[in-house]
Ligand binder design. Structure first.
Ligand code: MIC
Ligand code: SF4
Length: 748
């Protein structure tokens, strides 16, 4: 948005907010202010947290290259000529880390040519800004260029909340949501509950923004934030830089939170000025009282938030989380003991810094401060040390300021400005396929198989400065905060706490940032999709519901334990097929653990009796016979990413319903959008009732209505039946999606 458009938004705030205070009869939190200002129709809107469906006008849409393909393919089905809101595409996920930035970039551009041409031509045609491969990771580029206090954006990536570091409500969604908003429809979301996090004290020494969020992950768990906005406030907030706030909001996705946000302050203004947006900074300063929670809320928060968490930054220790889940948290001082108790290999094989979560100038400088200390003591990295800068601007700046040089001298390799190893785009040759091994990174996710495709890799997450110190030690036994390392002279060496400026003194260096504006006349641009592409496939609408109940459907899989989107639709090499629904569907449930057999990704074809068959193959066999199926799952099903392939592939291969203990927000919406029934057990123990050879009927679908449970009948192989209730959270409108076969069918 231009400064003028932001000014128009801000100018409307005083009146709108005063009206909301009158209607609610109380002061407002920051998140509420942003929601109120973006309501399509304030008066018609129900403002009932945890229950009402909000209809909102968003300021911006951002898409990355892996999810953006489906978002654009769906937008194209709307038949619109131009996007209705400012939108951008960012090429970051498809670049594989192999031998360093320059070679990796060349290879990516060749390998992904077809996909990049599609994204570029569609962007040019429909009025979308296009950020070339190498320009940086979506969230870093958005923070540098587009995020602003008080704004509302959606992004086809779960870490979109990064924008909360600049006081924006930035929310991760599936591609269907993005496609609809770009086609001019309002954006709908369940009115989130509000968690207030009051920060006191100051960040200091080794403790960094990452520790605020890893600590919180331990406290609230990966589902603690579902359908909630985490709003930070309190005197400690101002001790955190804008990019540090970005780190905290970014990784709020690991709590399952709808989004996270910080109040506007001087650190945000400084960042806006450093990124050449002084006009926005001045405007925000002028309207500052509207870009923070009301005074009464800050003074007596307990009355206005649904939950309150207090964190004293003075007391907070650096934390390390993992392996396999970001909420497995402990302070660094307990890491060695925990590793020994669990038999995790202490030797670290790789140390990685960067990613969208932690690749700011401040992060890199703090890590470089540790790197320089280590080298002065005569040490070098004991293990491979990989650095992914978040954007071209960061890359150019850290190069100019000698930071890259420090990393390289210590033995590090600089990778492209992209997601790389964070999303399995990492060609690793240092360990055998199923060899248990330990890695540490400053990333945000660590589900099994995430980084290198191997579930045997134990991935720990912590701040970039701790990762850098661990790279010198090569072992989880080392605690850089309290311990010493043996220097080459045999004398014990102790790191001093990292220190860094948050913003480059000489300003950011600007290289070729790689932005391409849309065409003046989109009508003259053709979207490039080669006829027999293996990577891109135009979508065909899913069939509408035929009006019949679902009778005697087999259970394709009953998953046990964590079933993240990485389990349902793995990334890594499968990223190749994100624009080709048929091809990517071969990855369906490859990472899911089958409760019936203990196998991963495999199961029983109940029609033929064959065992050990990949689940996607079984689904295809059922589909060929016209047999639909259901999935049974556990808690927080669909946790993690926004990739709607985890809903589209099941839909495409014949899934009618997913019945679980609980859902993660984005995935539940994605299932609804694609016309699959998302159901939760009336009683969580009902999960135990489902057996491998049972058949499942879901009845009364003609009378599907909001808040009304459906009946699920489980028929056992001996013919005995058990009837249970299952709940859904569909609104009237969402029920029309189910009937039409998908949200897109309902809209067109
Ligand atoms: C992730 O971090 O899991 C991803 C890869 O960025 C995903 C998006 C995708 O799968 O393309 C996300 O976070 O939404
Ligand atoms: Fe990319 Fe990793 Fe960030 Fe997802 S979490 S956007 S894969 S860097």
């Amino acid at each position: 948005m231009s400064v003028e458009q932001i000014e128009t938004l801000y100018a409307a705030m005083p009146d709108r907010l005063a009206r909301a205070r009158r209607t609610f009869g109380r002061p407002l939190t920051l998140a509420e202010k942003i929601l109120v200002v973006h309501a399509i129709d304030f008066d018609a809107q129900a403002w009932d947290r945890g229950r009402a469906q909000l209809r909102l006008r968003v300021d911006r849409v951002a898409m990355q290259d892996a999810t953006g393909q489906m978002a654009l393919l769906q937008f194209m089905q709307s038949g619109k000529k131009q996007v209705a809101v400012p939108s951008t595409v960012h090429c970051d996920h498809l670049i594989r880390a192999e031998s360093g930035a320059s070679d990796d970039m060349k290879r990516a551009v060749t390998e992904n040519n077809e996909v990049y041409n599609f994204l570029r031509s569609a962007s040019r045609k429909y009025g979308i800004g296009f950020w070339r491969p190498g320009s940086g990771i979506i969230h870093q580029v958005v923070l540098e260029n587009y995020a602003f206090p008080g704004g509302l954006m959606i992004g086809t990536d779960s870490h979109t909340p990064n924008g909360g570091g600049l006081g924006m409500l930035a929310i991760g969604v599936g591609g269907a949501d993005a496609g609809e908003v770009m086609a001019g429809l309002p954006w709908e979301v369940l009115h989130p509950k509000l968690v207030g996090v009051r920060l006191t004290g100051k960040l200091h020494g080794w403790t960094s923004p990452k520790d605020v969020i890893t600590y919180l992950c331990g406290l609230l768990t990966v589902k603690g934030g579902t359908n909630k906005i985490i709003e930070y406030f309190g005197p400690g907030a101002e001790s955190i830089s804008a990019t540090g706030k970005g780190t905290i909001c970014n990784m709020g996705a690991e709590l399952g939170a709808t989004t996270s946000v910080f109040p506007f302050d001087s650190r945000m203004a400084a960042y806006l000025r450093a990124t050449e947006r002084a006009g926005v900074a001045t405007l925000a300063e002028q309207y500052a009282e509207h870009l923070v929670a009301d005074a009464e809320v800050r003074e007596t928060p307990g009355r206005f938030y649904d939950e309150i968490v207090e964190i004293d930054l003075d007391q907070l220790e650096p934390h390390v989380v993992g392996p396999h889940s970001p909420d497995r948290a402990r302070p660094i001082s307990k890491l060695a003991v925990d590793a020994r108790a669990n038999g995790w290999p202490a030797t670290i094989k790789n140390a990685l810094i960067g990613s969208c979560t932690n690749s700011s100038y401040e992060d890199m400088r703090r890590a470089a401060h540790i790197a320089t200390q280590g080298m002065k003591a005569g040490l070098r990295a004991k293990i491979p040390f990989l650095i992914t800068p978040g954007s071209e601007r960061i890359y150019q700046t850290i190069k100019r300021d000698g930071i890259l040089d420090a990393f390289e001298k210590m033995g590090g390799t600089v990778l492209a400005n992209a997601c790389g190893p964070c999303i399995g785009q990492w060609k690793r040759s240092d360990v055998g396929r199923d060899e248990p091994n330990t890695i540490v990174s400053s990333f945000n996710r660590n589900f099994p198989g995430r980084n290198d495709g191997s579930a045997a890799t134990l991935s720990f997450l912590t701040s970039p400065e701790i990762v850098t110190a661990l790279a010198f030690a090569g072992t989880l036994e080392f605690d850089p905060v309290h311990g010493t390392l043996g220097g080459p002279d045999g004398r014990p060496f102790r790191f001093t706490p990292p220190e860094a400026e948050e913003l480059p003194r000489a300003g950011f260096a600007r290289g070729e940032e790689g932005y391409e504006a849309p065409a003046e006349d989109g009508d003259r641009v053709t979207v490039e999709i080669p006829a027999h592409s293996e990577r891109l496939q135009l979508l065909r609408p899913f069939p509408a519901w035929d009006g019949a109940d679902f009778i005697d459907l087999p259970i394709l899989v009953k998953t046990t334990g964590k079933t993240t989107t990485d389990h349902i639709s793995p990334a890594g090499r499968w990223l190749l097929y994100r624009g080709h629904l048929d091809r990517i569907s071969d990855n369906m449930f490859l990472g899911a653990v089958n409760a019936f057999t203990g196998e991963t990704g495999q199961g029983l074809n109940v029609l033929t009796g064959e065992r050990g068959i990949p689940l996607a193959q079984i689904a295809r066999a059922y589909k060929a016979k016209g047999v639909s199926w259901v999935v049974v799952g556990d808690e927080n099903y669909g946790e993690g990413s926004s990739r709607e392939h985890a809903a589209m592939s099941p839909r495409y291969l014949g899934c009618k319903a997913v019945i679980v203990r609980s859902f993660a927000r984005i995935h539940e919406t994605n299932l609804k959008k694609q016309g699959v029934l998302p159901l939760t057990f009336g009683d969580p123990r009902d999960y135990e009732r489902f057996g491998e050879n049972d058949r499942v009927s879901i009845t009364g679908l003609g009378g599907l209505a909001p808040g009304k449970p459906v009946t699920v009948v489980i028929r056992k192989p001996d013919g005995a039946t058990q009837t249970i209730r299952a709940n859904h959270s569909m609104t009237d409108e969402q029920i029309t999606w189910f009937r039409a076969g998908s949200a897109l069918n309902a809209a067109t």
